[in-house]
Design a protein around this ligand. Structure first.
Ligand SMILES: Cc1cc2nc3c(=O)[nH]c(=O)nc-3n(C[C@H](O)[C@H](O)[C@H](O)COP(=O)(O)OP(=O)(O)OC[C@H]3O[C@@H](n4cnc5c(N)ncnc54)[C@H](O)[C@@H]3O)c2cc1C
Length: 407
């Protein structure tokens, strides 16, 4: 039987963004009277650690916690999928047919992984013995480590990045550097061909960090192919079809590359239910102002995280800076009737680029690709301290700080 209910604030998605916003709202001395989170999953994942799971540093279970432990006390958890929005009536409908009415809405359902976007990918990645792996899903990230260990002299390890926006733009490279370092430790790096195919025009968009990454690529002897994208996988013959986009050194047209290990970052896009909703822009993302995170058409709607239209690098680190902006502006609108003194987000994002076991370059930058450092020392150099921060410090900060509204 369908029901209807009403809340001051409804949050769609209980991932990094949804839970962080709920925690900040609930703790505010101007907290709304009623908050609900629509989130279907029993489990909350700390996705950034999947890079190190794929490299054999941690078991995948380290990334999961029961969702129930992170829904803030006093917040109602509606365990369901949001399906459609009627912003003129201020309602969201769910998969089970319920209608939920809101005064203010925060939309944060993350990004969609389009495994079907590359022919051959969905079936190959689901088969742990195919050689095709991806750190982009909890259920697959351990296969990366299993496959990495099977590499032998004469083999090829191929890494790809799609042409679409993705979450954590550094993740396709991090696992490549870890694989190369693993091969180095085994003494077979010179005998395995490590290749990277990316549609990008540079190895990294911020020159300060790209400089170090070029040295890392040289050190490992990695073949980097810019202007190149994976368009098909032929798992029966262990072949990847790569299309040159015609820029730089890539010839237009297709070529076939053999692989023994193929790490794929899948194409990604806004979730279908967002694309089909009145909330989306032409590219399908929730259409918000890039500084205030307020919807460009509907004043009582905000969005942050991977599903929003803000042109920052999509990361959890960005979410940590966006959440206080959404909360400040939403509460001001709720209590004062307008946003007279908006809090602004300026595109901060951070990409901890793991360049080997115990080595990390911490890239922090803003909308203009200008470095936006937290630390006073130079994090464009490879450092153990920054690796330790990613492996041990940031997960604690996430579970105990960010998701509790304390960081
Ligand atoms: C391999 C990998 C490495 C990464 N490394 C880093 C890193 O080093 N640093 C970093 O900062 N970030 C990293 N990230 C990115 C980071 O995890 C994301 O940017 C972040 O989780 C985005 O938060 P979000 O809340 O927008 O989306 P998510 O955290 O993905 O949460 C979305 C939530 O919405 C829910 N949802 C989906 N559909 C619906 C629906 N219809 N109705 C209601 N709820 C729905 C989902 O169940 C989920 O709980 C990495 C990601 C991956 C995959």
């Amino acid at each position: 039987m369908s029901t209807s209910s009403q809340y001051d604030v409804v949050i769609v998605g209980g991932g990094s963004a949804g839970i962080t916003v709920a925690a900040h709202l609930q703790q505010s001395d101007r907290a709304p009277e009623s908050i609900a989170i629509i989130e279907p999953s029993d489990t909350h994942y700390y996705q950034p650690i999947w890079t190190l799971v794929g490299a054999g540093v941690f078991d995948k279970e380290i990334s999961e916690r029961p969702m129930a432990e992170f829904i803030p006390e006093g917040v109602t958890w509606i365990q369901d999928y949001a399906e459609t929005f009627d912003p003129d009536a201020n309602t969201v409908s769910t998969q089970s047919g319920d209608t939920i009415e809101y005064n203010y809405l925060v939309v944060a359902p993350g990004i969609q992984l389009d495994w079907d976007g590359i022919p051959g990918l969905a079936d190959a990645v689901a088969d742990p013995r195919s050689g095709v792996v991806s750190n982009y899903a909890y259920e697959y990230c351990e296969d990366t480590w299993d496959t990495m260990q099977t590499l032998q002299p004469g083999d090829s390890a191929v890494f790809t990045q799609p042409a679409t926006p993705i979450k954590c733009g550094g993740a396709p490279q991090k696992i490549m550097y870890l694989t190369a370092d693993h091969l180095r430790k085994r003494g077979i790096l010179d005998d395995v061909s490590v290749q990277f195919y990316t549609p990008g025009t540079v190895i990294f968009g911020v020159e300060k960090f790209a400089r170090t990454l070029r040295d890392v690529v040289d050190r490992y002897g990695i073949d980097v192919h810019l202007h190149s994208e994976l368009v098909e996988i032929r798992p029966d013959t262990n072949e990847a079809v790569i299309r040159g986009t015609g820029g730089g050194d890539s010839a237009p047209g297709e070529r076939v590359v053999s692989y023994d290990m193929l790490h794929v970052t899948p194409p990604q896009s806004a979730p279908d239910f967002i694309k089909e909703s009145p909330l989306s822009n032409d590219e399908g993302w929730v259409d918000v102002h890039k500084h205030t995170l307020q919807h460009n058409t509907y004043d009582n709607i905000f969005s942050l995280g991977d599903a929003s239209s803000t042109p920052n690098a999509k990361t959890g680190a960005a979410v940590r800076k966006q959440a206080p902006t959404v909360v400040h502006n939403l509460l001001q609108l709720m209590h004062d009737g307008e946003i007279t003194a908006p809090k602004e987000y300026h595109g901060y994002s951070s990409c901890p680029l793991v360049t080997g076991y115990g080595k990390l370059v911490l890239a922090e930058f803003d909308y203009d690709n200008e470095p936006d450092p937290t630390f006073s020392f130079d994090t464009s150099q490879e450092r153990y301290s920054m690796y330790a921060l990613k492996a041990y410090g940031l997960p604690q900060m996430y579970w105990h700080g960010m998701l509790r509204g304390r960081a």
